[in-house]
Ligand binder design. Structure first.
Ligand SMILES: Nc1ncnc2c1ncn2[C@@H]1O[C@H](COP(=O)(O)OP(=O)(O)O)[C@@H](O)[C@H]1O
Ligand SMILES: [Mg+2]
Length: 265
């Protein structure tokens, strides 16, 4: 369904992607892991057709993203949902309007059908009662959940999640992962989740790819990654697990004690 082939991308001489390749089968969910600043967000933007590679290909459902133009590109983009790392809600719209926006833009649903879907989706992410608030009036964690509701409300065939739980406390983070999992079971999207939730994420994905210095150092099942002999994979895994243990032990409670944007990337 999604095939990334030898992707190269530089910014002003800084080589970010250096031949990254991996694939995700239809209906599968892949966790994209790796250290901050190694190009995970850049890679997702290529898959969404928001960035063009210097060389290499992104094939989505048999179509080469780079060669699609105009209506064909927007048709493919319509099948794809993107949860941006920063959330990216429209500040001038209420939470309700934000979540309703893609349905109004892209579907022919009637007003009351839209209302029903939006209310249902907001309830799923735990934002019932906040419909009429504006993004500036809610916390970073709530913005993250509202963004998730907006991405999922269209039930896209392909979902790209960029750090859906970063900046949330462990319990809220877990509930977001559960939500992604239950939505996947309900309408079966093909998905990529960029995340630092190790090992939690391994329970809900079919596949893992680790990006390191612009290349995919590991691609395989969650079981396989634990038997990888590659020292960089092993040290990344043990470091991440250590960190997530610390998080649980310190009993970090209460939502939104971290500002989402400060913890970005
Ligand atoms: N639009 C851009 N212009 C210039 N540099 C960029 C741009 N987007 C990302 N970068 C750089 O690419 C590198 C990888 O960024 P990013 O994909 O956000 O990392 P990650 O998501 O893995 O933390 C960083 O050094 C970042 O500064
Ligand atoms: Mg990122």
């Amino acid at each position: 369904m999604i095939k990334v082939e030898k992707l190269y991308k530089s910014f002003d001489g800084l080589e970010v992607l250096r031949g990254a390749s991996f694939s995700v089968g239809k209906g599968q969910v892949l966790a994209l892991i790796g250290r901050s600043g190694f190009g995970k967000s850049v890679l997702l933007k290529h898959i969404a057709g928001l960035m063009q590679p210097d060389s290499g290909n992104v094939i989505v459902d048999g179509h080469d993203m780079a060669s699609l133009k105009g209506r064909d590109l927007s048709r493919l983009r319509n099948r794809l949902g993107f949860l941006f790392q920063s959330g990216a809600l429209f500040d001038s719209m209420t939470i309700f309007e934000n979540v309703a926006f893609p349905l109004k833009e892209k579907t022919k649903l009637r007003e009351n059908q839209i209302r029903e879907k939006v209310i249902y989706q907001l309830e799923l992410v735990g934002l019932k009662g906040s419909e009429e608030k504006y993004p500036s009036q809610i916390s970073g964690g709530m913005i993250k959940r509202a963004s998730l509701a907006r991405a999922l409300v269209e039930e896209p065939e392909i979902m790209l999640f960029d750090e859906p739980t970063t900046g949330l406390d462990p319990l809220t983070g877990q509930s977001i992962l559960n939500l992604i999992d239950s939505c996947h079971k309900r309408f079966g999207f093909t998905g990529i989740i960029v995340t630092h939730e190790i090992p939690k994420i391994f329970e809900i994905v079919d596949k893992v790819a680790m990006l390191h210095e612009g290349e995919i150092l590991f691609e395989g099942s969650p079981e396989e990654i634990f038997s990888s002999k590659e020292p960089l994979v092993r040290s990344f895994l043990s470091g991440s697990i250590q960190l997530s243990k610390g998080e649980l032990e310190s009993g970090r409670g209460g939502e939104d004690i971290y500002d989402v944007d400060k913890r970005d990337s």
